[in-house]
Design a protein around this ligand. Structure first.
Ligand SMILES: [Zn+2]
Ligand SMILES: [Zn+2]
Length: 224
């Protein structure tokens, strides 16, 4: 694509971690990055394989979360930024090469978390959509834009407490009119976003999908 050629010209391939030439993530930085301990997406405490704790299960809640890196890790943050600036295909290829996960689910769809305008990046694309496509190729599952954002919520970073964040995002998503209840009923869905942070977006997306009949909803994020 012409865009890729222009990007390569303006931004020659340098490692997002250390700046060395040749690759968006060099071997040394990749080796220095540890895969993260998985957490329960409902309470944020550790949980094996990212399964939601039995005590945290709710009717409209997430069933699990797969995170690859820890957001506190500077190289991981550089990877997230790299993805935001549009290097996702190659970076994600490197990241996903060594990363394996086991959810016990055969996902029917991958669904990118719709972007809020303030997170839209300078190329005007949603990095979550890009990631969903790449992960979808790895899992042989198609990425489908089932959800739409309908309400302009305030920037989540400005919200201080977990409750405020959850409140701020309430009813922010709807199922796109192109989809029927029958497309969603009983389906296993993997939501994809670049970061999980407070998890409020993913939990709200899950609620929307489950209210439309989705059977199982997991999340996948580059970092938590
Ligand atoms: Zn490096
Ligand atoms: Zn929990």
């Amino acid at each position: 694509m012409i865009w890729e050629a222009i990007i390569d010209f303006i931004f020659p391939k340098t490692c997002v971690g250390c700046g060395s030439w040749g690759s968006f993530l060099c071997r040394e930085c990749e080796d220095r990055l540890d895969f993260v301990e998985q957490i329960c997406p409902m309470c944020g405490e550790e949980s094996p394989m990212g399964w939601t704790h039995p005590k945290c299960k709710t009717r409209w809640g997430m069933d699990g979360l797969i995170a690859i890196y820890e957001y506190r890790e500077p190289i991981a943050r550089a990877v997230v930024d790299g993805v935001k600036y549009g290097f996702s295909r190659e970076l994600m290829g490197i990241v996903m090469n060594n990363f394996t996960f086991e959810t016990g689910c055969n996902f029917d769809y991958l669904v990118p978390v719709p972007l809020h305008f303030y997170r839209e990046n300078w190329r005007g694309f949603n990095q979550a959509e890009d990631l969903a496509k790449i992960v979808g190729e790895k899992l042989s599952v198609s990425s489908v834009k089932i959800l739409k954002r309908v309400r302009n919520t305030k920037q989540q970073a400005l919200m201080k407490t977990r409750e405020e964040r959850q409140k701020n995002i309430e009813n922010a998503f709807i199922v796109d009119r192109r989809f029927q209840m029958s497309d969603i009923r009983g389906k296993m869905i993997l939501l994809v976003d670049d970061v999980f942070t407070s998890g409020a977006d993913m939990r709200e997306c899950t609620k929307t999908l489950k209210k439309s009949g989705a059977g199982v909803v997991w999340g996948l994020a580059l970092t938590h």
